[in-house]
Design a protein around this ligand. Structure first.
Ligand SMILES: Nc1ncnc2c1ncn2[C@@H]1O[C@H](COP(=O)(O)OP(=O)(O)O)[C@@H](O)[C@H]1O
Ligand SMILES: [Mg+2]
Length: 383
């Protein structure tokens, strides 16, 4: 069992992150304002180069994203250039090795949870098994390897999917995501931010584009496939005005505390691709009595990762705002600057970082998992 921290007990924070970025800054402000002092920052690049890091037994360790850093990206993906799409399978293996190399401390992110959160096939299967609504998928649990475009077409056909999302198993920030449509006459169209250059390499671009030449779509998917692919039904999303919308719901210590609406003219709502924050009160009106249900699904999804303090749930509203499915659960989905908590959530007036600091200090009790290198709980139970 983990331990309960009485209210007011000072917490010594350590953060594993990439230098002085915005996430680190915002979290430091939250810790300082709560009287916890400035968190100790441990660089991902040092962890990876040194083969681990030792934390003091009383340090509470928060992992932050290893992304958006060329040096760390090179170490993890072996990528030649920050925009390259290829290399996510190697990134996944390297990231998990890095997490498992941490020693001591009290962690807020469970390595076994992270292994599932960063594999969309495993994440889908875990949510599905728990009864969380998810889009239908022929690749759930990585049951079906996808070797290339011909497999994608076959799996879509077998599953009866005319329209599907094809995603990198270990992708994030819409990298390597294609929204694929097939017509009765066999024509294909793919909407994606992937840009294929003349030499056949793939790059993340900031512009969403459409491909309608099947040979080119096949070339893209065949290049993505060695890193692992996940396929799921394309859910027609609800709209807000003339834009399609989804929700990012941050869940801290089991409670949905922060929500942003993301809207876009394209099926990809990611903010860096031109998605914009939508009007939450308009969404609450449209959802009506189903709003509590939407938050409940998000909390149910987060409960699949009980040893992880904070997750960001991508909630896909079906047309009409009555039904919802979980698109994915993000380990580092809490970068929502200046956003304060929902009324009644206990996080009123707090941003996502202050909410996590408060949760760890609160009596209501966040279980702090055992140190990184302790044997898993189930092993304890049998010994
Ligand atoms: N099955 C789906 N149906 C409709 N839209 C989807 C589906 N899956 C993902 N999306 C949309 O695609 C975008 C990126 O998908 P996501 O799975 O979150 O990938 P990433 O981890 O790269 O952000 C989001 O805007 C989301 O709304
Ligand atoms: Mg996402």
């Amino acid at each position: 069992m983990g331990e309960m921290r009485p209210q007011g007990t000072p917490v010594k924070w350590a953060v594993v992150a990439n230098g002085e970025n915005r996430r680190v800054h915002l979290f430091a402000v939250a810790a300082e304002e709560a009287g916890c002092g400035t968190p100790r920052v441990v660089e991902w690049s040092d962890v990876l180069r040194d083969g681990g890091h030792d934390f003091a037994d009383d340090e509470v360790v928060r992992l932050d994203s290893p992304g958006e850093n060329a040096d760390v990206d090179r170490l993890l993906r072996g990528a030649d250039g920050p925009t390259r799409v290829e290399g996510s399978a190697r990134w996944y293996a390297g990231f998990l090795d890095g997490v498992r190399s941490l020693r001591g401390g009290r962690r807020l992110d469970d390595p076994a949870d992270l292994a599932v959160l960063f594999d969309k096939r495993l994440c889908h299967a875990r949510l599905d098994a728990a009864g969380v609504p998810v889009p239908q998928s022929p690749t759930s649990g990585a049951a079906r390897p996808v070797e290339g475009w011909s497999d994608v077409r076959r799996l879509m056909e077998e599953a009866g999917l005319r329209r599907a999302f094809v995603k990198l198993a270990h992708g994030s920030s819409a990298s390597g995501v294609l929204a694929v449509e097939t017509s009765a006459t066999g024509r294909v169209r793919a909407t994606t931010s992937v840009e294929r250059t003349a030499d056949g390499s793939l790059h993340n671009s900031l512009r969403v584009r459409r491909y309608s030449d099947e040979a080119e779509i096949a070339a893209i998917v065949d290049t993505l496939a060695p890193d692992g692919l996940h396929i799921e039904r394309w859910l027609p999303k609800a709209s807000l005005g003339d834009r399609s919308a989804d929700l990012r719901v941050v869940v801290v210590a089991g409670r949905a505390t922060h929500v942003v609406v993301r809207t876009s003219r394209s099926p990809l709502t990611n903010l860096h691709l031109g998605g914009t924050r939508g009007d939450l009160s308009a969404v609450r009106t449209l959802a009506g009595d189903r709003w509590a249900h939407a938050l409940g699904i998000s909390e149910q999804a987060a409960a699949c990762f009980p040893d992880t303090l904070c997750v960001g749930v991508d909630l896909l509203p079906a047309i009409g705002w009555r039904r919802y499915a979980v698109g994915e659960v993000n380990a580092f989905g809490d970068l929502l600057p200046r956003l304060t908590g929902l009324p009644g959530s206990g996080a009123e007036g707090l941003d996502t970082y202050a909410t996590q600091v408060a949760a760890v200090r609160s009596l209501s009790g966040v279980r702090l998992a055992p140190p990184f290198d302790a044997p898993p709980r189930t092993a304890h139970a049998h010994s």
